[in-house]
Design a protein around this ligand. Structure first.
Ligand SMILES: *Cc1c(COP(=O)(O)O)cnc(C)c1O
Length: 227
């Protein structure tokens, strides 16, 4: 049952936060990719306010089923430049701004629409070839560049950790990501950088212990993905 799974995840989130002595809120983004509209409906009925999708078109199809629902839609997957025009002004938060080229495309589209798009900058701490994102070395200059743009608002960073057999091995990766988050704050106006998006089904508790305040959980809520 989706509602029971959500309750269990919330308990685990609270326990992880308590273990690390945290009292600040942690946002649970329910990742509904490859799951039907009904799954979104059930999650919303169970109190979910934030929904994550990794493809623009699939997200748009689902959004159309929830007009005026107040749901906040997050884009968490890699965004192709040719899809930017369908994402800007549509998603409450784009987590996956992973290159200068994409950042510029988002800025251009937001300027065209006269909106300010909230985004996170994606960092590839483990330097995985299969994953997108800036390296730790390039991250500070990426932030400085982003800070000059008028139509994107950088609100934090996103990190996807590798899937280790021993999940504890992700801890140093999340720790580095959190340190980058603390460092990037000084590049932007006070209070603007406030989100660390890290942690999925297999590693969200460690992510919270290391400071995540947005976790993106799919499988543990909706079951295995139907790839
Ligand atoms: C699919 C996905 C998730 C959710 O993964 P689960 O393991 O199903 O919880 C989180 N973040 C991103 C970027 C994803 O693509």
């Amino acid at each position: 049952m989706i509602s029971e799974n959500i309750r269990t995840i919330r308990e685990r989130i609270e326990a992880a936060a308590a273990r690390s002595g945290r009292t600040d809120p942690v946002t649970l983004v329910a990742v509904t990719k490859n799951h039907p509209v009904d799954a979104v409906r059930e999650a919303a009925a169970a109190g979910i306010t934030d929904v994550g999708e990794n493809r623009v078109q699939e997200a748009q199809e689902k959004m159309a089923a929830f007009p005026d629902s107040g749901l906040r839609w997050h884009l968490i997957g890699h965004l192709q430049t040719n899809k930017v025009k369908h994402a800007v002004g549509v998603f409450a938060l784009i987590h996956s701004v992973d290159s200068r080229h994409l950042l510029e495309a988002v800025e251009r589209e937001a300027a065209k629409r006269n909106v300010i798009q909230p985004i996170l900058l994606q960092v590839n701490v483990a330097r995985e070839e299969s994953k997108f994102g800036m390296t730790v070395e390039d991250f500070p200059s990426f932030c400085e560049y982003a800070a000059k743009l008028a139509h994107v608002r950088v609100e934090g960073l996103m990190c996807i950790a590798p899937e280790f057999e021993n999940v504890e091995e992700v801890r140093p990766i999340f720790r580095i990501a959190h340190a980058l988050y603390e460092e990037m704050k000084s590049t932007f106006p006070d209070g603007q950088v406030r989100y660390v998006s890290m942690g999925m089904t297999h590693d969200f508790e460690i992510a919270i212990e290391e400071g995540a305040n947005i976790v993106r959980v799919g499988t543990a809520i909706f079951g295995p993905r139907n790839y």
